[in-house]
Design a protein around this ligand. Structure first.
Ligand code: SF4
Ligand code: SF4
Ligand code: FES
Length: 910
């Protein structure tokens, strides 16, 4: 297709609108209401261009470029004087009520409205009257509200309500008073609310956590990072000033997270700055220096039998160096045996099977989805956002038939109305996605697995048949099988959340049965932590084997890496294990129950102070970069372990000097991690002989910021591990996609500058999206079905079958330590069915005591009819709820005790 812009021809793809095509071609066309992920509604009138009938038309007409599809041999002008004047007038009228408060606005300097104002050339305000003002609202701990800055582009409500499914933000209007907010003050409930800070082109919605320690975004030292708070591995930009982490923003990735993050990922970063950080080495409750701790631990390595326990929240590099330090035979995975087995099962199914795991972006294109067991809004939020888009967009075929393109959002909504694509959800209890589901089924994991096996059998009768299945489940199985079989791109989603292997096997059977007929079938497994798969790919023994090694006298010293073992095993077992260890060494950045038991505590860097690689739930290995050099003696776990290895004379480790050496050794030694050294360029990589700056060229104050200590400007640290510099000097063009510390382009100071980094608007970053996929299906592999079918669930008298219930806020260890997230954590509870509550003569809020093995949980009950009878749900990972290997039977009795949460240690005893 050829498009003529201001008389010059351009070859362009079809199916887009003029605005995104112009932006892809590098033209600066201003816009507000259009958003690459949400499409066009033509509300703001800012993107006008001139459209001509043909090459002879001299007059043309103004069109909104976001609403006009491209056509072959189309003639337009961006620079036509009438179009330019129109755009400038639009800005002028949008600005009539906009306050002159850029200097005190958190958005100032990174504001799309400022950029567009400058771009259109509007620079003199003629409006001389009183401006309209609004009351601002309290919206909770994540977002600040300043409604006077609103330009009525409607992006916020379109994102919050239409895209993310939120219910409590809307537009309220009375004549010229259009108001975007809640019906009344209160916490914004949607899990993706933080995106409003990036979606809103002005300073109406801004990051409240940044406001607590505000700095202009151009004054941040930034690095590309990876979210550490679930297994999806969203790409983030992390920003620091004065040694504290100030902000997490989205880092566009065409396959993983697109333009968005969830609130756990955006606001969970504050644990980095808390007082619970470990900042000094401690030996037997005495603060010591760096050399003392190296001497102590290397002596332990020489004189005692040492084992190492790894971590699903530590990087590959950290786990690998621990393994190298203690020896392959002495390395154990720091997760429960069940979690270990589930991660290995996922690797086996996705890496040795026939079905491909799709990226989150590919899930958005699914035309039928079946979720088994997983509450993805709470365990893998961005995946839930993708499912939402798939379900919303799937009925769009009707729109395609009448030639309405997907980007024409307003027309699409009119055609699609409330129709939804097929989505089947089988879960323990209600999930937020239920409102979109074709059918929901609430059952135990075993019953869901039986349904799943029946679906697989209905698709392919070579897969095992489920005996004695009830008629209604048989009907449901056939209905799901039919919808999945009719789809072009069906996706099956399950995961480790229910801690059930049969559930994952049932999901694999359905995907396998579909794959025989349709190779576009996708299978997604979510994992419990950010590097669960990476740890499992490394090889190592189970946690119980570590306990036995010590209890049987084969080892007497343990080095625990970034792991609170009390989150992965029964307290009594961990106590017995730690009591039996003569020496306990823990490397971590934050205090917890395991650091409280350690003889030696070593201060590790958080993700912000570290380089490393994580492997996400699709097997994509992704690198995060150090944002700033840590203060005191804090350094990455892998560097500590390397230093210890060298002090102890470990020959293998002696040859490794930096991140690159460790990563190269790992790529050679670990069969499943081949190629990870290619994820990002080596530290010696330079562009035009220069490093890539972590700081924008507008970074200010560096000669003065430490003047209270020393008036001469300190030399910036050198980064031995990456081609990034800690300064504002360096290469100013676009770096390789894996190393983009921030998005900026001349005239584009807001997050919208990302347009300039994409191959096409909304597609991959230039040079390809970062990371490499380590798990790929085996070509031509014959589908093999899992055989074992579990028994149907039967309630047991005087017992409840206890299942974990996940929460976006509270279930994940690190984000729960961030003050803003902590504010959103619900009080602990036990979820029970109404019939069980009646049997136990309980009312909402009464205390119920559950006994699981040696554990006793006394918590207030929450009564529901949306959980199977005979089952109880307990929040997973909440502070004060001790770990139990769930699901498990519990005996029950109402309690007269008062619920008192067990506090976590908040500091190291010295
Ligand atoms: S609040 Fe922001 S996103 Fe919403 S309409 Fe106003 S300017 Fe647009
Ligand atoms: S979905 Fe997961 S990885 Fe993505 S931002 Fe949220 S917590 Fe982080
Ligand atoms: S961006 Fe085209 S009308 Fe708003």
């Amino acid at each position: 297709m050829t498009l003529y812009i201001d008389h010059k021809p351009y070859e362009i793809p079809s199916g887009k609108n003029l605005l995104e095509t112009c932006l892809t071609l590098g033209f600066d066309v201003p816009y507000f209401c259009w958003h690459p992920a949400m499409g066009s509604v033509g509300a703001c009138r800012q993107c006008a261009v001139k459209l001509y009938k043909d090459e002879n038309d001299q007059k043309g007409r103004l069109v909104m470029s976001c609403m006009e599809p491209v056509a072959n041999n189309q003639y337009i002008s961006v620079n036509d004087p009438e179009a330019k004047e129109f755009r400038s007038t639009v800005i002028e009228w949008l600005m009539t009520n906009h306050p002159h408060d850029c200097a005190v606005c958190d958005e100032g300097g990174s504001c799309h409205l400022q950029d567009m104002t400058v771009m259109t050339g509007h620079n003199y305000r003629r409006f001389r009257f009183k401006k309209r003002t609004h009351q601002n609202q309290y919206l909770g701990p994540f977002l600040n509200h300043e409604m006077n800055r609103c330009i009525q582009c409607y992006r916020c409500v379109r994102f919050y309500k239409d895209y993310a499914g939120g219910k409590d933000l809307d537009v309220f209007a009375s004549r010229s008073n259009v108001y975007f907010g809640r019906a009344e003050d209160g916490v914004l409930e949607n899990e993706f609310s933080g995106n409003l800070a990036e979606v809103c082109p002005t300073g109406v919605f801004t990051d409240k956590t940044l406001k607590q320690h505000y700095t202009r975004k151009w004054d941040l030292t930034m690095a590309p990072s990876i979210c550490q708070h679930c297994s999806i591995g969203c790409n983030t930009i992390a920003g620091e000033r004065y040694g504290t982490l100030r902000m997490i923003a989205n880092r566009y990735h065409g396959e993983v997270n697109g333009y968005f993050l969830c609130d756990r990922g955006r606001f969970g970063y504050e644990f980095v700055n808390t007082r619970e950080r470990i900042r000094k080495p401690v030996i037997r409750q005495q603060v010591v220096d760096r050399q003392a701790v190296l001497t102590e631990v290397s002596a332990l390595l020489k004189n005692t039998n040492v084992i190492g326990i790894g971590s699903p929240r530590a990087s590959l590099q950290a786990n690998f160096t621990l393994k190298a330090l203690v020896g392959d035979q002495n390395f154990y995975h720091g997760v429960s045996d069940n979690e270990h087995d589930l991660a290995e099962l996922a690797i086996r199914i996705l890496g040795e099977g026939s079905v491909r795991t799709p990226s989150t972006r590919e899930v958005e294109d699914a035309d039928a989805i079946f979720i088994l067991g997983e509450d993805i809004t709470n365990t893998a939020p961005i995946l839930a956002l993708a499912v939402r888009q798939a379900v919303r967009q799937q009925p769009s075929e009707a729109a395609a038939q009448i030639h309405v393109p997907l980007w024409n959002d307003a027309a699409m909504r009119g055609i699609v109305q409330d129709k939804k694509g097929p989505l089947y959800i089988a879960s323990l209890h209600t999930t937020k996605l239920d409102e979109l589901a074709t059918t929901t089924y609430h059952a135990t994991p075993d019953d869901i697995a039986r349904l799943g096996m029946a679906v697989a059998h209905a698709i392919d009768n070579e897969s095992p048949e489920v005996e004695s299945i009830s008629e209604d489940i048989e009907v449901l199985a056939r209905q799901i099988a039919q919808a999945l079989s009719a789809a072009k791109k069906p996706v099956i989603i399950s995961g480790a959340g229910c801690q059930s292997d049969v559930l994952m096997k049932a999901a694999a059977n359905i995907a396998g049965a579909l794959h025989k007929k349709n190779t576009e079938t996708g299978l997604v497994f979510t994992m419990l932590e950010c590097n669960s798969l990476g740890l499992a790919m490394m090889g190592g023994h189970r946690l119980n084997a570590a306990f036995n090694a010590v209890l049987n006298g084969h080892a007497d010293t343990v080095i625990v890496l970034e792991n609170d073992l009390y989150r992965h095993g029964h307290a009594a077992d961990i106590d017995a294990f730690l009591n039996a260890c003569k020496h306990v060494v823990v490397l971590d950045h934050s205090v917890h129950a395991t650091t409280a038991r350690a003889e030696v505590v070593i201060p590790a860097g958080t993700f912000a102070e570290s380089d490393g690689i994580l492997v996400n739930n699709e097997g994509r290995a992704q690198r995060f970069f150090q944002v700033y050099e840590a203060t005191d003696v804090i350094q990455e776990s892998w560097r500590w372990l390397l230093n210890i290895g060298c002090s102890a004379g470990n020959k293998r480790m002696n040859a490794w000097k930096n991140y690159e050496d460790v990563t190269n050794a790992m790529a050679i030694e670990e069969a499943l991690l081949k190629g990870i050294e290619t994820i990002s360029p080596p530290p010696g990589f330079r562009l035009a002989g220069q490093r890539i700056p972590r700081e924008p060229h507008r970074y200010s104050g560096r000669t003065a910021m430490n003047a209270n200590k020393n008036v001469s400007e300190p030399r910036p640290p050198e980064d031995p591990d990456s081609p990034l510099s800690y300064t504002m000097e360096g290469y100013r063009g676009q770096p390789p996609s894996s190393m983009i510390p921030f998005f900026w382009s001349p005239g584009w100071n807001s997050v919208q500058a990302v347009n300039k980094y994409q191959q096409e608007i909304g597609a991959s970053l230039r040079g390809g999206d970062p990371g490499i996929r380590l798990l790929n299906p085996v070509a031509g592999k014959i589908v093999e079905y899992f055989k074992g079918i579990p028994e149907a669930f039967r309630p047991m008298e005087d017992h409840l079958w206890v299942m974990p219930v996940y929460h976006i806020f509270g279930s994940e260890e690190l984000s729960a330590r961030s003050p803003s997230v902590a504010e959103r954590i619900e009080a602990p509870y036990i979820l029970v069915h109404l019939d069980d509550a009646l049997n136990l003569q309980l009312q909402d809020g009464d205390l119920l005591t559950l006994h699981i093995g040696t554990h006793t949980y006394s918590l207030p009950v929450r009564i529901t009819t949306e959980i199977p009878h005979g089952v109880a749900g307990v929040p997973y990972g909440f502070e004060g709820i001790p770990y139990a290997e769930l699901p498990e039977w519990a005996t029950t009795r109402p309690s007269t005790a008062t619920y008192i949460p067990t506090p976590q240690p908040r500091h190291i005893k010295t």
